[in-house]
Design a protein around this ligand. Structure first.
Ligand code: GAR
Length: 200
């Protein structure tokens, strides 16, 4: 009847607020009929991630693959890859997925795995981005959606959002300001990428 749908698998480690923003956008904007795409599964690297229940509440099946049960990074990534591929993903979306990925895993999803990072890349790769931006005296901060490549936080930039750094900002205050923009940026960036991806 219809062409194959483009399945989206979202990976999380914690609260999953970006995940929820994407699921809500997919539902309210009817990505299934508009883009032939749907969010089919959420997988968390942490069994206690609150985003797991949030995904279920939004009607998306969620599962945990706790990294602590694996003896090596490669073993975890191999198991994760099997879990993801069981869902036939056209796109893998990292949404607060706090893991360093092995090169083989990244290569397997080349061109079909994206991440959101809470800085204006290429500035401030890695952790503690908001504290570092404040300490550096930056007047603006923000978030970046990018393709995932073997080098951490270095793939092709797909979209960015900019917010001001205000006098007296704490890392927490800046993080909250950036996160609000992430929730607009990430669904929009995924939406724009989907037409360029083949269904699996
Ligand atoms: C977001 O701010 C995201 O940009 C960041 O973690 C937060 C997750 O929040 N990601 C990274 O730092 C990746 N290195 P969420 O779980 O509520 O979406």
């Amino acid at each position: 009847m219809s062409a194959r749908l483009k399945n989206i698998v979202i990976l999380i480690s914690g609260a999953g607020t970006n995940m929820a923003a994407i699921i809500r956008a997919a539902q309210t904007q009817n990505w299934e009929s508009q883009l032939g795409a749907r969010v089919v599964a959420v997988i968390s690297s942490h069994a206690d991630a609150s985003g797991l229940a949030l995904a279920q509440a939004l009607g998306v099946s969620s599962e945990a693959l706790d990294h602590r049960g694996f003896e090596s990074r490669a073993a975890f990534d191999a198991a994760l890859q099997a879990r993801i591929d069981a869902h036939g993903p056209a796109l893998v979306v990292l949404a607060g997925f706090m893991r360093i990925l092995t090169p083989g895993f990244v290569a397997h999803y080349a061109g079909r795995m994206v991440n959101i990072h809470p800085s204006l890349l290429p500035a401030f790769t890695g952790l503690n981005t908001h504290r570092r931006a404040i300490e550096a005296g930056c007047q603006v901060a923000g978030a970046t959606v990018h393709q995932v490549t073997a080098e951490l936080d270095h793939g092709q930039i797909l979209a960015q959002a900019v917010v001001p750094v205000l006098p007296g900002d704490s890392p927490q205050a800046l993080a909250a300001r950036v996160l609000e923009q992430e929730h607009l940026l990430y669904p929009q960036a995924v939406r724009e990428l989907l037409p360029h991806l083949p269904a699996l």
